[in-house]
Design a binder for this molecule. Structure first.
Ligand SMILES: C[S@@+](CC[C@H](N)C(=O)[O-])C[C@H]1O[C@@H](n2cnc3c(N)ncnc32)[C@H](O)[C@@H]1O
Length: 259
């Protein structure tokens, strides 16, 4: 069996190491326009922490939470020059307590939200995030929707990245979403070419597929949040876009309600 990608954070970081500027710019603007402005942020499923230093450079104080010990160790190394501005915590985003009303905003990128499989986990996730946020704080989620059934089986995406003499070809393939049982198989395969030779890392996971109606249902039933704005693929903060049944990728801003 090939080793797991999430246990090889350096390779993950090269494979998914695209330029974060646009994402960081849009996140910054989202917290300024829709939320409580500059303050303390929480990233759920922060992985190797690629977004944390650029957000700290823009004046935010950031806590990243991830359940993978390898990712946490990598993120801590990456952010060691940001003492007092960035903190990395090992934990489960399905259920956590980082202090009540301790954060001005939260975010969860790159389909990480879909790793929460059961309805119970999603509910307790929203409860945990709401507890962590101050009133009026926003939570930004970036994830895929199922889109048109006639386009199944899902996409196969392939891209190449190179850094530090290491070449990585990444193939992401999604299976046909099982909407009845809320399951979709996703396989990420990274083929690595370096001075150590050629090898493969594979992350096989099951994620939860969403229609926009499923997501709206969770937000409405949570009792903690309301939807503030939608954006399409690429998260351009100047171009809000209400999803329809063809949409396959969204960024959603939900706002914590109540005092
Ligand atoms: C696709 S990576 C995204 C990393 C990061 N958000 C980014 O934008 O590069 C997903 C990350 O979520 C983490 N993860 C998955 N389920 C989790 C959970 N229940 N609690 C905490 N972290 C989780 C994994 O360990 C992995 O680091």
């Amino acid at each position: 069996m090939s080793p797991s990608l999430y246990e090889s954070p350096r390779i993950y970081d090269i494979a998914f190491g695209w330029e974060p500027d646009m994402e960081v710019e849009s996140l910054t603007e989202a917290f300024m326009r829709y939320g409580r402005g500059k303050g303390r942020l929480l990233e759920l499923g922060c992985g190797g922490g690629r977004l944390l230093p650029p957000l700290a450079e823009r004046g935010f104080n950031v806590v990243g939470l991830d359940r993978s010990a390898e990712m946490v160790a990598f993120a801590r190394r990456r952010t060691r020059d940001y003492v007092g501005r960035i903190e990395i915590v090992e934990g489960d985003m399905a259920d956590f307590d980082l202090g009540q009303e301790n954060f001005d905003g939260a975010f969860c990128m790159v389909d990480t939200f879909r790793c929460l499989l059961s309805e119970e986990e999603v509910k307790s996730h929203f409860r945990s995030v709401a507890g962590a946020l101050k009133p009026g704080g926003i939570y930004v989620l970036d994830f895929s929707l199922v889109g048109d059934p006639e386009n199944y089986p899902g996409d196969i995406e392939v891209w190449d990245m190179e850094r530090e003499g290491i070449k990585v070809r990444t193939v992401v393939s999604a299976g046909v979403p099982d909407l009845k049982n809320h399951r979709e198989r996703m396989v990420i395969t990274c083929t690595v070419n370096s001075s150590d030779g050629r090898y493969e890392l594979v992350e096989e996971s099951v994620v939860r597929p969403y229609t926009i109606a499923d997501f709206r249902g969770f937000v409405g039933r949570s009792g903690f949040f309301e939807i503030a704005e939608y954006f399409g693929a690429g998260f351009d903060i100047d171009r809000p876009q209400i999803p329809d049944k063809h949409s396959t990728r969204i960024t959603v801003i939900v706002k914590r309600i109540g005092s």
